[in-house]
Design a protein around this ligand. Structure first.
Ligand SMILES: N[C@@H](CCC(=O)N[C@@H](CS)C(=O)NCC(=O)O)C(=O)O
Length: 203
């Protein structure tokens, strides 16, 4: 059995999308971050970092860190992991997303919501960093349909944050290749379901 501890956040949606793609049965255990459930003793026993998502795989053990969960499920099932050099690219983009892009887009999103002055120096700096990320992704997707050639967990890793970012008015009319990629991904039933599935206890 696969049990996913998660919540309705960009990071928390990633493994749901993949679980919907691969079609293995799984259960959801909501971890209400607003209520502080991530600090509960039982949850800390699963992830001492007190962060969602966490996957408990009865066949393999407990794993946290969203992109590690994606990698685990993809290698376990042999799906969405790429072949040959594509697989190397999949791993590369997982590390890039988790190691720097998540932080850059996440920090910018946070500051945008907090700082009223659009010219606040901190906001300007982070807008530039986020913009650089979006330009790199736009250039990449201008030459290919998905991050690593075929649709893979690399796309799933980037999807929730890039979807949120593209919904911002400031990007209206920009990044056509990124938007086309987003539409391709959103047309997949598992992706659409992964974004809308209620995060409620399923067992
Ligand atoms: N790099 C981690 C980030 C995990 C993370 O920051 N999760 C957030 C929700 S998106 C969380 O659990 N926050 C709880 C808290 O801040 O107390 C991953 O990809 O899994």
């Amino acid at each position: 059995m696969l049990t996913l501890y998660t919540w309705d956040t960009t990071t928390g949606r990633k493994p749901i999308i993949l679980l919907e793609e691969i079609g293995l049965p799984y259960e959801i255990r909501p971890v209400d971050l607003e209520a502080g459930a991530q600090h509960a003793l039982e949850f800390r026993a699963l992830n001492p970092l007190e962060r969602i998502p966490v996957l408990v795989d009865d066949d393999a053990g407990t794993i946290f860190e969203s992109n590690a969960i994606l990698w685990h499920l993809a290698t376990k099932t042999g799906q969405f992991i790429g072949e040959g050099q594509e697989s190397l690219q999949v791993m590369q983009w997982l590390f890039v997303q988790g190691g720097s892009v998540a932080h850059r887009l996440g920090t910018y999103n946070l500051l945008r919501g907090r700082l009223a002055d659009p010219q606040a120096p901190e906001l300007v700096r982070h807008r530039a960093e986020a913009g650089r990320v979006l330009e790199v992704v736009e250039a990449l997707l201008t030459g290919r349909r998905y991050f690593a050639g075929q649709y893979s967990v690399a796309d799933i890793a980037f999807l929730p944050q890039l979807r949120r970012e593209m919904a911002e008015a400031e990007h209206t009319g920009c990044f056509p290749a990124l938007r086309a990629w987003l539409e391709r991904c959103m047309a997949r039933p598992a992706v659409a379901k992964g974004f809308t599935l209620p995060i409620v206890a399923t067992a």
